[in-house]
Design a protein around this ligand. Sequence first.
Ligand code: XMP
Length: 605
Amino acid sequence: MRENKIGILDFGGQYAHLIATKLRNLQILAEILDPEDSTEKFREYKGLILSGSPALSSFDEESSYNKEIFNEDIPILGLCFGHQEIAKYYGGKVEHRSREYGRAILKIVANSPIFDGLSESETVWMSHGDSVVELGKDFCEIGISLNAGIEHRNSAIASEKYKRYGFQFHPEVDDTTNGEKMLFNFASKVCGVTPDWKMESYKDFLIEKIKNEAKNRDVFLLASGGVDSTVCATLLIKSLGPERVHLLHIDNGLLRKDESKEVLRLFQKTGLSENLHFRDASDKFINALNGVIEPEKKRKIIGDTFIKIFEEEVNKLSLKDPILAQGTIYPDTIETKGTKRADLIKTHHNRVPQILEMIEKGRVIEPLKELYKSEVRKLGEELALPRSLIYRHPFPGPGLGVRLLCHSGIESDLEKRCSAEKSISEMLKGSDIEAKVLPIKSVGVKADLRCYDYPVILSGNIDWQNIESLCSSIYQTSKEINRCAVLLSKSKIENISLINATITRERLDLLKEADFIVSKILKENGWYEKIWQCPTVFLPLNINGKGREFIVIRPVYSERGMTARPSLLDEKTRTLLVDSLSKLENISGIALDVTTKPPGTIEWE
Ligand code: XMP
């Protein structure tokens, strides 16, 4: 039986997730699928969309995925790579010809329901190096693009006979002016999907789904107090009743200052306390992290320790065959190589191997795993949760564990770092800006792939208006750099030495205090509501013979956490931050991270 929804085959393109979000904004349910899923699975959908792909080319190789879809009577729309695959499957030809990037004009040259209500000429967004140069016999060209005066053929194609459509451009990005209309036409006019998806009906759908998945088993949820797990807890209780839902809040020692106290109070207030369990496991986590330096290792240890504690607590209650519920949202899965073609950017705490094993065995339910944070927040509003909870800044599962950078104290790649610093300094010659490359790496993402590179600290005469473009030139000058920050504390950096440091309670306490000060100042100066999040990060560095912790403040604007722009704050707030933070003990310097994502992730690890 086909359900009233569209499936998106994710070939790993950076915009695949946006297709789903755009459709849901149009009240059409869309779900992300694996291109290797079974034909049976694809039959649940009234229409399929094949996404673009960063790594695959229809020209170079035969791509492997479930091509049975083409034998099914399900309308298919292909975008970019997907467009080329459709053309090729039905006897067309794809070649490395005519690259197009950015804005183009699409001339619509034939009638098609997919272009209903559009004008003859539309602004679209392109990003491709391969093109469809010949069409199979049942296909026709319905759009030609014009880019810098050059005509590109077959930019939109269709076979009304098979209900197959292909766009070389991306209707899902905001720069394709009427892209949403095209997606809507495909879903409603071609596939016959009724636009009745509302958060309210989705809430009811999720409640039913939880009932079906949980069957008669009890559910145990790790509840951090963040928006995702609290929305998830509320949904579980609505579906299964409070007796069958056990909430476990673990103090892992990596939470913000006084957070556990606050969370327990909040759960009491919101009626989530019937089966609430609390465990202070901070010693276990801190001991397990002792001596560990590598960020992926830290993430895995934190994830594994969560599971160990979960199992210990479940055993104490002697529940029969309980299942684990998690507030996982879509970006958590994609960054942990959640789809076969995505790269591992970082392992999210709810995607460690043990959990993956439990998922395989059907022992995990994750009701929010198709949603973005903004959608979870809408769902939270639907569930009447308090605004203060829904609009709290996101906080990563591994908490301050990934904001307290660790090091052996011994530098391994001095040559690379010095050569990066030299080329950047040459580029900055005559600008009154000094660049120092720090001897400690952080995680980033470049062209959809994970990177682990150096940050550069800029000081001197900073032109805040043009800082983003200066950073772009730095990334182009040196491939060793994925992050830029501006020194806020006054004294110039003369020499830097690395300190041998791992996670300790003392370091955590200091970071908690610094994080508390940053949040307070942001709230008092009207920034908290404007930004997505502001990690406070410690780097174990001694500067000019002084201090042990170099503080980086990372305020960012973001819609979904998948991309981000730095918030530069204002001069008064920056000064307040420096004045207050430098009063803490052992601080060697303070900087403001001004990196976009990509190339830096929001968190440093
Ligand atoms: P990045 O650092 O990947 O962060 O740019 C994107 C968003 O995800 C949050 N984040 C996590 N959330 N578990 C989580 O629940 C994790 O392991 C994790 N790592 C990063 C991060 O705070 C930001 O909002």
